[in-house]
Design a protein around this ligand. Structure first.
Ligand SMILES: C[S@@+](CC[C@H](N)C(=O)[O-])C[C@H]1O[C@@H](n2cnc3c(N)ncnc32)[C@H](O)[C@@H]1O
Length: 291
């Protein structure tokens, strides 16, 4: 069954409210993501203060805000107007400057080579045209710029945990049907090949996984039950089940790639005008979006 992306347009705060449907992402995934990102920044000698980042599929801004807090100049882009409204409101109330724009990964509203870094976390398994999203990401990155992503592997284990346990079985399910479709999960080797076709050379990836061991599975089941019974909030569930960087890529993996200097063969010529839409004042000021 195809992924249902209308979930992100539901009214209310799905992202930051203690019990918001997607609020567990912040405590479940962001600590591992940020650890990986800090390692990449340190390894590449990146100074956040001079770094422009686009967060593709930013949703309510859970990751965009972490990047802004590091000191990066962040632009978030997402197709969901409702999620963007939550993101804007939350950044403003927290005194953070993040630019949010409506758009899809398949048609990014930016000129070529606009950003030093592109992030795309927990999004690739939701998009309609993966190949197009990767091609657009490569286009908006400066040569030598970095691509950081995380996504879900297509394995028996990911089917068991993310589809059966979290989405299907009435005893444990917590997320709406069709939030994920197992067939849209992506094997790392496939993603590395797609990126290579579009001028993004993989620099490696690693697993994001719960602690290992049979007792841990029992602990996870108990946490899901406590959440279902209302004895844990979404945010607390995420905190207690937090994913760690590990060698186990069987469910989630996080990786990065570099935009190779040469334009990939067959790619369209340079674009100085983004596809459709009008630019925001800040992007125009920085020359990223020309109108
Ligand atoms: C699971 S959420 C992840 C949000 C955010 N990246 C995070 O980790 O907190 C998936 C997001 O992908 C967005 N999305 C769905 N289809 C997309 C597309 N074609 N291009 C860009 N974003 C998309 C959704 O609107 C949603 O905000």
């Amino acid at each position: 069954m195809p992924v249902d992306n209308t979930i992100y347009d539901r009214p209310g705060d799905l992202w930051w409210h203690e019990d918001g449907l997607l609020a567990a992402i912040r405590t479940l995934l962001n600590p591992g993501r940020m650890e990986y990102l800090r390692q990449v920044f340190a390894g590449a000698g990146i100074d956040p203060a001079t770094t422009t980042v686009v967060d593709i599929g930013c949703g309510g801004g859970l990751l965009a805000e972490e990047l802004a807090r590091l000191g990066c100049r962040v632009t978030g882009v997402d197709p969901s107007a409702a999620s963007l409204a939550v993101a804007r409101e939350h950044a403003t109330s927290g005194g953070l400057e993040v630019e949010y724009l409506r758009g899809t990964g398949e048609a990014l509203p930016f000129v070529d080579a606009a950003f030093d870094i592109a992030c795309c976390c927990d999004v690739l398994e939701h998009v309609r045209d993966l190949e197009r999203v990767i091609s657009e990401t490569s286009r908006v990155l400066k040569p030598g710029g970095l691509y950081l992503y995380d996504t879900i592997n297509r394995t028996v284990r990911s089917r068991l945990v993310l589809i059966e346990l979290l989405q299907e079985w009435s005893w444990t399910r917590l997320i709406p049907p069709n939030l994920h479709d197992w067939h849209q999960f992506i094997r790392p080797s496939d993603l590395v090949s797609i990126m290579a076709r579009h001028g993004l050379r993989s620099l490696g990836y690693t697993g994001l996984s719960p602690r290992a061991g049979p007792l841990e599975l029992l602990r996870l089941l108990r946490l899901l039950r406590r959440r279902k019974q209302g004895r844990l909030t979404q945010v607390e569930l995420g905190r207690q089940a937090a994913m760690k960087l590990s060698a186990d890529t069987s469910i989630l993996y996080i990786g990065h790639a570099v935009r190779t200097p040469a334009r990939p063969p067959g790619a369209p010529g340079p674009r100085t005008r983004p596809p459709g839409g009008r630019g925001s004042r800040r992007l125009r000021r920085h020359g990223l979006w020309l109108t």
